[in-house]
Design a binder for this molecule. Structure first.
Ligand code: UDX
Length: 468
């Protein structure tokens, strides 16, 4: 962009201020850009304007305060206004799942139409939401169609309005909840899907301060990279969970198997943590959308159907483990540590913990629940009840009087808890670790009967454990 021959950074708008949009917007502000954050949810915008976050994300609060003060980050619930005032528009709206598994792209379409209506200068429209390949083409077609409509309608009353050019690009976001700020400033790569040099130059310029590889490809390729990345990572998790089940039958240790596997650079050590399965807003939904895309286009995605099937069974496999350890579940008091779908977030969407809680409630267990951040969200799904559900203020409080303790999310604070103290407040010291997070020797030394996933050697009851 040039003004009076002097290059200036384009004003950026970010449409949709959720788990992707807000960190993205604040990230650009931190990189020195002028950013308008827009969301049609006026109450969300009001909360953000007051300097408060609408979800928990480590490190994001200080960035919000900093850039509301620096003036580089403005907020509005008037999406059209944000579009008119910006040259580069990042689309970060939700792409939820429809009943048939396909991605519901209605929010993306609404944004495309709003852009068409507010096309008052050249715009670069960048999709960051995870969308099926060819969505970029639809965004382009939609903007072109509706822009022409609005222009004709306006021209009947006024002199003909000018038609402004626009580009569409795809720039998938790979950030992980709980690590969003770190991921924004230290990405492994930036993928840019473009079809013009102008779009490429603008995006390369925005990302220049980040010292990482920039992969420039076609729009549909960029869209596919994101889906393929999520599908591949999900596959790794289901694979190691299958291996964990095998480990239990042959007496092997899945943690050691994963280590032995992961040291091969062709495999890599990450995302080989066995447990109760993957959840969250992205993996389950994106996997289903990818399978749907394959089916629609006659491509056999059977491998991904198995990944999904293995994952859907994980909570049931874990409940079986609980039943095996406790014999009768009905009427037992069970403490639960961790409810969020992963640590460092309050997000419980598709959290495997919820399915486990649901099954245990159906079995007649009395649950004492604790999560450092996610309890308010869980209470909306499972309200407190005198008979079966008690929300507790600390890990130790949750364990009081319990006949078993389940660890379902690996929050770091659970490593800091004094297990000997926890042992003393429990009725029966049985610890069933769904994330293989606690060192078995530490648990056993504290007097626990310790069970975990895919580590048969330490799953057996410890002879002579102290049961009170
Ligand atoms: C994911 C992708 O990692 C990210 O690149 C994309 O942009 C959005 O989706 P996120 O959903 O935030 O990020 O969480 P992630 O850290 O990937 O974990 C997803 C789920 O997999 C969690 O439930 C986690 O507990 C589980 N998981 C992860 C495992 O069970 N084992 C592992 O080894 C890793």
């Amino acid at each position: 962009m040039e003004t009076n021959g002097k290059p200036t950074s384009p004003v950026i708008s970010v449409l949709g201020l959720g788990h992707v949009g807000l960190p993205t917007a604040l990230g650009f502000a931190e990189l020195g850009c002028e950013v308008i954050g827009a969301d049609d949810d006026a109450s969300k915008v009001a909360v953000l304007k007051s300097g408060k976050l609408t979800f928990f994300e480590p490190g994001l609060g200080p960035l919000l305060t900093k850039h509301l003060e620096s003036g580089r980050f403005r907020l509005t619930d008037k999406v059209g206004e944000a579009i008119r005032e910006s040259q580069v528009i990042f689309v970060c709206v939700g792409t939820p799942q429809k009943d048939d598994g396909a991605a519901d792209l209605s929010q993306v379409e609404t944004v495309a139409r709003t852009i068409a209506q507010n096309l008052n200068s050249y715009k670069l429209v960048v999709s960051k939401s995870t969308v099926p390949a060819i969505t970029g083409r639809w965004i382009k077609r939609t903007i072109a169609r509706y822009a022409e409509n609005y222009r004709r309608a306006a021209s009947t009353q006024h002199p003909p309005t000018e038609f402004f050019d626009f580009d569409v690009a795809s720039n998938p976001e790979f950030l992980q909840e709980g690590k969003a700020v770190e991921n924004i400033f230290h990405p492994d790569r930036v993928v840019i899907g473009v079809e013009s040099d102008r779009a490429r130059e603008i995006l390369e310029d925005i990302y220049k301060p980040l010292k990482c590889p920039i992969v420039v490809v076609k729009i549909s390729t960029a869209e596919l990279v994101k889906h393929a990345a999520n599908a591949f990572l999900s596959t790794k998790i289901s694979f190691i969970n299958m291996v964990a089940d095998l480990c239990e039958t042959v007496g092997a240790d899945v943690g050691e198997v994963a280590k032995g596997l992961g040291l091969d650079p062709r495999i890599g050590g990450q995302f080989l943590q066995a447990g109760i399965g993957f959840g969250g807003y992205c993996f389950p939904k994106d996997l289903r959308a990818f399978i749907h895309l394959g089916e629609e286009n006659g491509v056999d995605c059977g491998i991904l159907k198995e990944v999904e099937r293995v994952n859907l069974r994980r909570p049931k496999v874990f409940v079986k483990k609980i039943q095996k350890a406790l014999w009768v579940v009905k009427g037992k008091t069970i403490a639960v540590w961790g409810l969020a779908f992963k640590p460092d977030t309050d997000d419980i969407r598709e959290a495997p913990s919820l399915k486990i809680v649901e099954e245990l409630l159906a079995e007649g267990a009395c649950l004492r629940l604790y999560d450092p951040q996610a309890m308010a969200n869980v209470q909306r799904v499972f309200p407190e009840s005198a008979e079966q559900i008690t929300y507790c203020n600390s890990a130790c409080e949750a364990a009081r009087g319990a006949e078993a303790l389940l660890l379902l999310t690996e929050w770091s604070e659970f490593k800091e808890v004094d297990l000997a103290r926890v042992h003393d407040v429990m009725e029966v010291p049985v610890l069933i670790d769904g994330r293989n997070f606690i060192d078995p020797q530490v648990a056993i030394a504290a007097g626990f009967e310790y069970h975990s996933v895919g580590r048969e050697g330490v799953d057996r009851p410890v002879p002579g454990f102290t049961q009170r």
